[in-house]
Write a protein that binds this ligand. Structure first.
Ligand SMILES: C[S@@+](CC[C@H](N)C(=O)[O-])C[C@H]1O[C@@H](n2cnc3c(N)ncnc32)[C@H](O)[C@@H]1O
Length: 295
């Protein structure tokens, strides 16, 4: 049997139900190639048999996870979307630190890199914290970096990158925060690792996400991830982010993503010429669930 429309529709349903990743009709060949790769690994020749395998033999969901990791787009690099990071470093971060100093927020500085892929975004944030925040260790700063893709997280933990990933890292940071391993590969130093914790989390799974902490993040970076979800999943994910942010906390999306059709709960603010979303400062931290309309 050939991989046809019926197999495509069934498989994308399974992928969507588990991960929230929506594959549009134009993705037939994209999925076909990835399924063929998995079938070869398993020694299965018929797509129908592969479907049966997923339905009846994959009780723990391991094969579905493998397929999702094939489908996930992991493209990322250090200092991606530089102007946005500049707005974060020079305007949003000082704003939050100032409010912490005044005792308006808890003292710990916590950032979430949601959909962190192979770790470049999280380590970029660690460089920014090391550069911009005096006494960052005393703030017990932590960047929690999560992704559904276990293999990508393993590479993030390894922390070894090639020239493609580090192409936008300013030379002075490259020397300060990386060990040059030769052959165009670089390894992040422990000063960055110490600030980052990686964890496998499915953003489409409400319990997994909220277990990271309600009202406990000052910043959430979820860049170039929502584009892979349906509107319904986007709404749910952003609703959870709202709950996880402290009042006055910021959320950063990729440049092609916006909250306009998804949520009206955030205020749009111009920070250093850049538009960012902020949870209102007067949001009631004591009843975040009620406030977001969650029963
Ligand atoms: C294109 S990368 C974005 C990496 C980084 N945020 C950036 O902007 O450079 C998208 C990442 O989202 C992850 N992802 C997709 N669906 C997810 C889900 N349901 N839960 C967690 N991560 C997911 C993918 O595994 C992938 O690593």
């Amino acid at each position: 049997m050939e991989f046809g429309l019926r197999e495509f529709v069934e498989l994308r349903k399974l992928i969507y139900a588990k991960s929230g990743i929506h594959l549009g009709d134009e993705k037939v060949y994209f999925l076909k190639r990835r399924v063929e790769k998995r079938m070869e690994k398993l020694g299965i020749e018929d797509p129908e048999e592969y479907l049966s395998y997923l339905r009846f033999f994959d009780r723990q969901g391991r094969e579905l996870q493998e397929l999702i990791e094939e489908v996930a787009v992991n493209e990322t690099y250090f200092f991606r979307e530089f102007p946005q990071l500049q707005a974060f470093a020079e305007h949003c971060l000082p704003d939050v630190l100032e409010r912490k100093k005044k005792g308006l927020l808890n003292t710990r500085l916590r950032l979430l890199s949601a959909g962190c892929s192979t770790g470049e975004e999280a380590y970029t944030l660690a460089i920014i914290l090391r550069e911009m925040v005096e006494g960052v260790d005393s703030l017990l700063a932590k960047i929690v970096a999560v992704d559904i893709d276990r293999k990508a997280l393993d590479r993030a933990l390894l922390g070894i990158y090639d020239t493609r990933s580090i192409r936008d890292v300013p030379r002075v940071y490259l020397e300060r925060y990386f060990d040059n391993l030769g052959n165009g590969t670089y390894r992040v130093k422990n000063t960055l690792r110490d600030l980052v914790t990686f964890k496998q989390v499915n953003l489409a799974d409400r319990d997994e996400v909220l277990s990271l902490g309600i009202s406990s993040f000052d910043f959430i970076f979820c860049r170039n991830v929502l584009i892979y979800f349906s509107d319904e999943i986007r709404r749910k994910v952003v609703e959870n982010f709202y709950l996880m942010l402290q009042p006055g906390g910021y959320i950063f999306l990729g440049h092609s993503e916006s909250l306009s059709r998804i949520s009206t709960a955030f205020a749009l603010r111009r920070m250093g010429g850049y538009l960012v979303y902020q949870k209102p400062e007067n949001a009631d931290a004591s009843s975040p669930l009620r406030e977001a309309g969650v029963q």
